[in-house]
Design a protein around this ligand. Sequence first.
Ligand code: SF4
Ligand code: SF4
Length: 378
Amino acid sequence: MHLADLLERRPVPAAAIFLTLTRRCPLHCQHCSTRSAQTSQQQPAASLRRFAGSFSTADHPEFLLLTGGEPLLRPGLVRTLAETARAAGTRSYVLTGAYFASGGRTPGTIRGALESVDHVAISIDVFHEAEVPRPQVFRVLHELLDAGIDASVQACGAGPGDPYLVTLAEQIRQEFADRVPMLATVVSPVGRARSWLVSSAAGETAAEDRSGGRIVPALPCDMASWPVVGFDGTITACCNTDVLDSRPAPAHLRLGHIATTTWPEVRHACVSSPVLRGLRTEGPLRLAARMAGPGQVGRGDYCQTCRALADRPEILRRVGADAARPVAVLIEQQAIALQLRAGPVAFARRHGAPALADLVLLGRPTLPGEQDPEAAAC
Ligand code: SF4
Ligand code: SF4
């Protein structure tokens, strides 16, 4: 499974689900969005296995994304979940910091877990490299390619034009002869980075301020499509760090709990929630400005405005009623179709380093009659 196969489905509600297997991690990256440590929270394996067991051939996500913390601290669980998902027709992906690579060889249990999934993504950035040397990560990537496993690099830079990203991309292309795609992202002021990184979004203000009193343009939230099982088992509509960390989760973003909710219930809640439809179609800034009026939903950036809706049930009710109209369903379908036509490169451009977005296509076989995603984006 190629990285682009995954990214091109990103706009589709419930096409995938993220499962955080543990918050624990033996590394100490200074930008860690989850503030992971060796002793962090970890939920019971039985709940995760039960949830994956609720996938069926008739009703399953297209993709299961295993993350953390460091999911490969639980290699047996990774394998079980990947095998359970595959039996229902779901392809799996694991994102790792490759903590095991420093020892110079990949332990058998980890290798078994890596070989059980359909795609392995490895994080590389200056913070990871302080703990896991690049040559060791490249060794693991070569092992994966030799075993016929699709792999990619998730690289993180200080900014979209960070020369580190450009140099890393050149080296990856050369080392792997363009067979390993790369998703280039930019560090955000969340988790451990919150204390030292100045937000480029710090100047963002409330919807009414941005608009100067005029209608705010729609800016759909494409993160509200794939549910996330958080570290305590709460299932939310998105992976926003503050949503994952705040408990109780904002009610309009809560979809259930791993201990009791099944996949069909999560899928139904994700797809049918009118508030989520509104977020996916218009985004929180326009919704808040349109339903509440200027200055009514607090002052904050994009996601702060969304979370603040939880304190305004009357506004949420209006948002829900508006987005429950049949025409809103049609508009959402059009918004999703537009994003699908734009393709995986457009998604990478929006959420990462735009100049390096094309690298998500490296190594992707071109199918006969397939449309060039770049051309489709124009
Ligand atoms: S490898 Fe990932 S989870 Fe672990 S400390 Fe680094 S960023 Fe955090
Ligand atoms: S706008 Fe809301 S749903 Fe979208 S990522 Fe932010 S907090 Fe999550």
